[in-house]
Design a protein around this ligand. Structure first.
Ligand SMILES: *Cc1c(COP(=O)(O)O)cnc(C)c1O
Length: 364
């Protein structure tokens, strides 16, 4: 028998989340962001649930190839654009749209031999200071691109640093608007947080670029939960109890005796550890479901096991279902965002960190 641990992709959850995003931005087309192998889910595994998107956005050329291999004929956008001149040949061959964020990428386009002009997304650095042209240099970049025979339509793009928090998007939006208002072309500005929090009123744009919301995690947890945004889990990590220890008051559990029982307890030993992608930093008290009932981890996370308090589920034992995050068989959900918060990180990192050794199934 294989080790009892399993991840499950929920196709219906992906469809639901895409629909929720469309409701928030009814006039925009939707890029489903599938970079990082669809946030750890697997591009091939999410494709069916996301084929209703208007396009796929990603950054690795081999991932673009995989999306084309799945039969997708619609738009694909490279969010970081070309890394070297050769990449533009693949853009021509696979009909990829690509971001242009620096002069070197314009030079590459100028040097690229193609009969089919490329659709490009010119990126402004409106304040995040990662990628893009400074606002004052944006127009000259646009003019240079527009003069190239290798370039077809130019779309206008920026990315927010604080769409999920108190600072918000107003200042970056003001800068972007000031320096683009009289330029032609489609606009794309919003990630998940901006789409959920601002798109309905504040930001008319032609395309939105949600990633994390597609995968059922709230970009602004704990201010909002995924459920409050109407998002459903798309990735469940589940395992089983493989042993039970009845311990007395004063007994300790796990490496470093990281937990001491205050009274008699039943401890469930679960076939999931940090080598599966469960964060080692999760402290005693991290929420977990046993047979769909909420309880907590106790003691340190080890490579292949964690230990949980079976107090709330006295009838559970070896073979019982443990949900590390996602949906239990009884339908109860443990939001990935809660586990991420216990690990002082975000749902993104947990999804992306799902380990290679965990078998993944797809639920229709
Ligand atoms: C990753 C990414 C997104 C999606 O961000 P989420 O927070 O996951 O919605 C959007 N735009 C760009 C440029 C990105 O790199």
């Amino acid at each position: 028998m294989p080790r009892p641990i399993q991840a499950t992709i929920h196709t219906q959850g992906l469809r639901n989340n895409l629909e929720r995003i469309r409701q928030r931005a009814p006039d925009a087309r939707v890029w489903a962001v599938v970079k990082a192998n669809a946030y750890g889910h697997g591009i091939e595994r999410v494709f069916d649930g996301l084929r209703g998107a208007d396009g796929f956005a990603l950054l690795d050329l081999n991932e673009a190839q995989r999306v084309r291999d799945l039969g997708w004929r619609g738009p694909i956008l490279l969010l970081e654009g070309a890394f070297e001149l050769r990449d533009l040949e693949l853009c021509s061959r696979l009909d990829l749209w690509h971001t242009v964020h620096c002069d070197a990428q314009i030079d590459m386009l100028a040097a690229h031999k193609t009969n089919v002009p490329h659709r490009v997304f010119l990126k402004m650095n409106s304040g995040m200071n990662r990628l893009g042209f400074a606002p004052q240099r944006y127009r000259s970049a646009w003019t240079r691109l527009n003069a190239l025979p290798q370039v077809d339509e130019i779309s206008l793009m920026t990315h927010f640093s604080d769409a999920d928090g108190a600072k918000g998007v107003a200042e970056q939006m003001r800068v972007f608007t000031e320096f683009t208002h009289d330029l032609p072309g489609e606009r794309t500005v919003s990630n998940s947080a901006a789409t959920l929090r601002y798109a309905p009123d504040a930001m008319a744009s032609d395309w939105v670029r949600p990633g994390i919301a597609v995968y059922g995690s709230a970009p602004d947890f704990p201010e909002h939960t995924a459920a409050q945004w109407g998002l459903q889990p798309t990735l469940t990590l589940a395992a089983k109890i493989i042993a039970v220890q009845d311990i007395a008051a004063g007994a300790t559990v796990g490496y470093g005796s990281g937990f001491t029982a205050a009274g008699p307890m039943r401890i469930g030993v679960v076939a999931c550890g940090y080598a599966d992608g469960y964060p080692r930093i999760c402290p005693t008290g991290t929420p977990v479901l046993v047979d769909g009932v909420r309880t907590r981890t106790v003691g340190r996370v080890s490579m292949d096991m964690i230990t949980v308090d079976l107090g709330p589920t006295p009838s559970s034992g070896p073979g019982s279902e443990v949900t590390l995050w996602g949906r239990a068989v009884n339908g109860v959900v443990l939001p990935i965002d809660e586990v991420a918060a216990s690990a002082a990180t975000v749902g993104y990192e947990l999804m992306c960190g799902l380990a290679q050794r965990v078998p993944v199934g797809v639920e229709a």
